[in-house]
Design a protein around this ligand. Sequence first.
Ligand SMILES: [Zn+2]
Length: 93
Amino acid sequence: MQTARSERETSFVRDGKRSAVMLCDICKGLAVDRTPPGSDGVKINCPTCGNYAIAGDVLDKFRKLTIEERRRALEKAKARLSLGRPLITRIEL
Ligand SMILES: [Zn+2]
């Protein structure tokens, strides 16, 4: 049994793509960075917040918000989208 050891890795491969562990931009918990190379936004899989994306043009602004405001933006993005990954854009901020 070596599962405990592998949890300490900072990156791993899933679905054939390299995935990096990062801190969630909303809850600051451990999350998986699923941003495709060359993308200006971010795509995050968070066990707490779920899967979401932030558009590149609002990333700086989003990171200056309070955690409560970020959560509200994610809720708005989820409400706007019935299927797939919610994308936080300037509409939500
Ligand atoms: Zn989160």
